[in-house]
Design a protein around this ligand. Structure first.
Ligand code: NAD
Ligand code: MG
Length: 304
């Protein structure tokens, strides 16, 4: 007889990861930055119909930057279905994507807080954390996931303004947000960053972006050591090529988009839904010994 601990849902058939999701060739497509998931073809899967929770984050209060689309949206859906209240930050232009996410969080029975604004502004970053703490009644999970990625064939094509934009979004904003969040984080809290395979194996056309992902990997490891004595864990997820708006709004060339994911051993890009559970795992209390770790998901390529 099945006990409460072993009573499981009906068995599911094995799914082959090779045929589970779309493969290249993809249609050429381009959107104005920052792009919308709802206008991509095919539409990315963030776990909207598939993610099933089991109370792994019951009662937690999470803030996710870039929570409207991509990995942030997959994490937001998963967190809510695991029992967490979730605040998401995004840019005002992403309101249509954000509305879908807030509706999904609420339909999981949790608080869903929409906090739009530009992370390149230090004062906004401080206000974002303050508003999340107030709206959620505290904070114990911070997912620093938002990023700027633009392809440039040559370093000569990157203006100081563009370079600064990338650095402000990908390096300064996490610094500002973590500083603002820290006084609120009690022992048991978790910070999760989004690094990349680019941290270890940079592409020639992502000179500025790739170095920010190396910085992300590095700050996660330094902060993990600094905050371990406080009982706060700091980890990162390192995606490979994932089908998100970032790629179709200047992050990749049309040639690369057409073949997106083709060089991964699985021969296809990942979908954000395939990474949602990694954010859950790193945030969950049962991962209490994991800190300073980078968990990859890259279809057979990538590092770590
Ligand atoms: P995405 O476009 O869905 O998410 C990026 C988000 O960053 C946007 O939704 C936007 O809300 C936010 N953002 C960017 N600039 C901002 C600003 N100035 N202020 C506020 N928000 C801002 O794309 P994604 O691929 O899911 O990206 C999420 C994370 O995944 C990023 O850290 C990215 O570097 C990382 N990543 C993506 C891939 C990939 O192939 N898609 C691979 C490795 C790592
Ligand atoms: Mg978006």
């Amino acid at each position: 007889m099945a006990s409460a601990a072993t009573a499981a849902a009906a068995p599911e058939p094995l799914t082959d990861p090779l045929t589970k999701y779309p493969k290249p060739p993809f249609k050429r497509q381009s959107q104005a930055w920052p792009g919308l998931a709802s206008e991509m073809d095919p539409r990315p899967d963030h776990g909207e119909t598939s993610y099933r929770g089991s109370n792994r984050l019951a009662g937690r209060k999470a803030l996710i930057t870039g929570g409207d689309s991509g990995m942030g949206r997959a994490a937001a859906i998963a967190f809510a279905r695991e029992g967490a209240d979730v605040a998401i930050n995004y840019l005002p232009a992403e309101e249509p994507d954000a509305r879908e996410v807030i509706a999904l969080i609420k339909s999981a029975g949790r608080i869903g807080l929409a906090l739009p604004g530009d992370l390149r502004d230090e004062a906004f970053c401080r206000k974002l954390v303050a508003d999340a703490v107030q709206g959620l009644g505290g904070l114990d999970i911070l997912v620093s996931n938002a990023a700027r990625q633009q392809t440039h064939a040559s370093i000569l094509d990157i203006s100081t303004e563009q370079f600064d934009w990338t650095m402000k979004t990908n390096i300064y904003a996490p610094f500002w947000i973590i500083k603002a969040a820290l006084p609120h984080l009690q022992p048991g809290s978790a910070i999760v960053g989004t690094a990349s395979e680019q941290a270890y194996d940079p592409s020639p056309d992502l000179y500025d972006y790739a170095q920010t992902k190396a910085a992300t990997m590095n700050y996660v490891k330094s902060l993990a050591k600094q905050l371990a004595p406080k009982g706060i864990r700091v980890n990162a997820v390192a995606p490979g090529p994932i089908w998100t708006p970032l790629q179709v709004s200047g992050g990749a060339t049309q040639e690369k988009l057409e073949k997106f994911g083709a060089t991964a051993p699985m021969g296809r890009p990942g979908q954000p839904a395939e990474l949602g559970s990694l954010y859950v795992q790193l945030a969950a209390a049962d991962a209490s010994y994991a800190t300073g770790q980078v968990y990859g998901s890259a279809g057979g390529g990538g590092q770590p």
